[in-house]
Design a protein around this ligand. Structure first.
Ligand SMILES: Cc1cc2nc3c(=O)[nH]c(=O)nc-3n(C[C@H](O)[C@H](O)[C@H](O)COP(=O)(O)OP(=O)(O)OC[C@H]3O[C@@H](n4cnc5c(N)ncnc54)[C@H](O)[C@@H]3O)c2cc1C
Length: 187
């Protein structure tokens, strides 16, 4: 979690409605992919001089987070979906990472092992929530990805995810079930 408090329009907000510290990009704007959508809207509204109610929430922000979006002008299919917040980005990314592990060869070649190491290293550099990325980079430095087989990689990924779960105060996932969750299903 980022530790600094932030200053918006001469007011100081250490946390948004979710209770988390609000993270800002280098340009001083709230970072969408580093905050929850509610906190992002809260901080954006604060930036424009709108104030929170007594519960700490900006009513429009809460409403916006829950609103069903209209279609993009001229499109019958595509909706005006908001860019991903930290949670949606996380869920989508874990889906990719666990599924890639689940489909990794049982007996990978040296080239496939190298590709997976490189992919995880690059992923940890470019993950678009910078404070999440830094911790993941460090995790990879401390516990090198185990790429010798599908089972080892799936287990490693589960442990890496649990490291984040622990940091966020969430229940740990039982890694005995990683394959059911991400490959075989539950019958
Ligand atoms: C590399 C990375 C680093 C992240 N770092 C941060 C961070 O520093 N701060 C932050 O706020 N968010 C971070 N996130 C996002 C965070 O991990 C969650 O994705 C987000 O909070 C949404 O959580 P969720 O409860 O919806 O489920 P998620 O944690 O996204 O999990 C999705 C699903 O995966 C399954 N699952 C859960 N744990 C495991 C496990 N250990 N192994 C296998 N399957 C599992 C469950 O079925 C769960 O429903 C990170 C995401 C990634 C990919």
């Amino acid at each position: 979690m980022p530790e600094t408090s932030v200053s918006v329009s001469q007011k100081s907000y250490s946390a948004g409605p979710s209770g988390r510290t609000i993270v800002y990009d280098e340009d001083g704007k709230p970072c969408r992919s580093c905050n929850t959508l509610l906190d992002f809207k809260f901080a954006t509204n604060a930036l424009h001089g709108k104030v929170a109610d007594s519960t700490g929430a900006v009513p429009e922000a809460a409403a916006a987070a829950a609103t069903v979006s209209a279609n993009i002008p001229g499109s019958k299919h595509y909706r005006q979906v908001e860019p991903a917040d930290v949670e949606e980005l996380g869920r989508s990314s874990w889906t990719l990472l666990h599924t890639a592990a689940a489909k990794y060869p049982r007996q990978p070649s040296d080239a496939q092992k190298q590709e997976m190491r490189q992919f995880l290293s690059i992923f940890s550099h470019i993950y678009p929530c910078n404070w999440c990325a830094k911790d993941f980079e460090q995790y990879i430095r401390d516990r090198a990805p185990r790429v010798d087989s599908r089972d080892e990689l799936g287990q490693w990924m589960c442990e890496a995810h649990n490291d984040v779960n622990q940091k966020l105060g969430k229940e740990l996932f039982d890694c005995n079930f990683w394959k059911k969750r991400w490959l075989d299903g539950w019958e």
